[in-house]
Design a protein around this ligand. Structure first.
Ligand code: 3HC
Length: 308
């Protein structure tokens, strides 16, 4: 057995088997119409899938759909999408304010607020309403252990993490996170969905807070926030240091603003809870900014001002 392919499953090592019959995902339910949910809805609709975009109110779900419509229009103006393709993608998305509308989904991607209690409750409800016995329940969580979400359901073999990156239509990566209970069939089905249907690059990570990318990225973002707090340099100069000095497309503080300072803080807290390493602890300045409503781009101000 090639060790690199080996994975611990419920106490035993197994090797990837050739897939048997795997039903393709056709209907995707998305829970949460915020920036990640609407991005996931867009890439699914552009892949020709039927999408139900669900939030707590119809107004929120409609705001998500309006965001997708804007983004599709920009893509058409840039020439990466024809008018017919845009119309077809948009027609493929239905909005909903009730989770029971996801009953017929083959795959549900939960992209709600990064709060363990809220997500656990959502998984309990999804388990009740999603009717297909082999439907996959996935979470776009960036840091909450998948095993805890799976434990809220009676189908832990069908639960896994499916972590997209912001902006979803642009970033090619998706992390796939099986828990110790996720079946091989579920993992393969989701990898085929993300890799073949959506055209994303997939990497598989173990069920540890932060998975691969956030375990590396978040300490870096928190270190930049600590530099602002200690006055090492201005926010502008810290960002220029990494764009002009290391060719990053964006400096750490603009990136934290893009992700959302509330989300960065929540991920830092989850990583700290898991590993108890000081590098994961959000600094007081970041907490004060979140408590003051300075959440980054989505609120108009974070380390930088976006009001204009
Ligand atoms: N939706 C769709 N397309 C978008 C977009 C959006 N929200 N934002 C930018 N784009 C497209 C633009 O249309 C443009 O497309 P084109 O090249 O075909 O014309 C392309 O992306 C580049 O955009 P811009 O020219 O406007 O601006 P930039 O060159 O500055 O790129 C960026 C913007 C793509 C956001 C780039 O700065 C970048 O890659 N930044 C880093 C993003 C990153 O690291 N994301 C990961 C965050 S971590 C995460 O999400 C995990 C979570 O758990 C925290």
């Amino acid at each position: 057995m090639r060790r690199s392919y080996a994975r611990l499953r419920g106490g035993r090592w197994d090797r990837p088997r050739r897939e048997g019959h795997m039903t393709a995902v056709k209907h995707v339910g998305i829970v949460g119409a915020g920036q990640m949910g609407r991005g996931i809805a867009e890439v699914c609709a552009r892949a020709g899938l039927s999408v139900t975009l669900c939030d707590t109110t119809e107004a929120r779900a409609r705001a998500g759909l309006a965001g997708v419509a804007d983004s599709l229009l920009r893509a058409e103006k840039k020439g990466t999408l024809t008018c017919e393709e845009r119309a077809h993608a948009l027609a493929g998305i239905t909005v909903a304010a009730d989770l029971s509308r996801l009953a017929g989904a083959d795959l549900v991607v939960e992209a709600a607020v990064e709060d363990e209690r809220a997500k656990t409750e959502l998984f309990r409800r999804l388990d009740e309403v999603v009717a297909q016995p082999d439907a996959v329940l996935a979470s776009n969580t960036s840091s909450i252990p998948i095993a805890r979400l799976a434990a809220a359901t009676r189908r832990p073999q069908s639960v896994l993490g499916l972590h997209f990156f912001n902006p979803v239509p642009v970033m090619p990566l998706v992390e796939v996170i099986p828990s110790l209970h996720t079946s091989r069939a579920t993992e393969l089905r989701v990898r085929a969905f993300a890799g073949e249907a959506l055209g994303k690059r997939t990497i598989v990570a173990q069920d540890r807070a932060g998975f691969v990318v956030n375990s590396l990225l978040v300490p870096y973002l928190l270190a930049a926030a600590r530099m602002v707090a200690s006055g090492t340099a201005t926010a502008e100069d810290i960002d220029t240091g990494m764009t002009a000095g290391c060719a990053h497309p964006m400096g750490p503080l603009r990136l934290a603003d893009l992700i959302g300072l509330d989300t960065v803080t929540a991920i830092g807290d989850a990583l700290y809870e898991e590993y108890k390493e000081p590098l994961y602890a959000p600094p007081p300045l970041l907490r004060r900014m979140v408590e003051s409503g300075l959440l980054g781009r989505k609120s108009g101000r974070g380390f930088f001002n976006y009001a204009a």
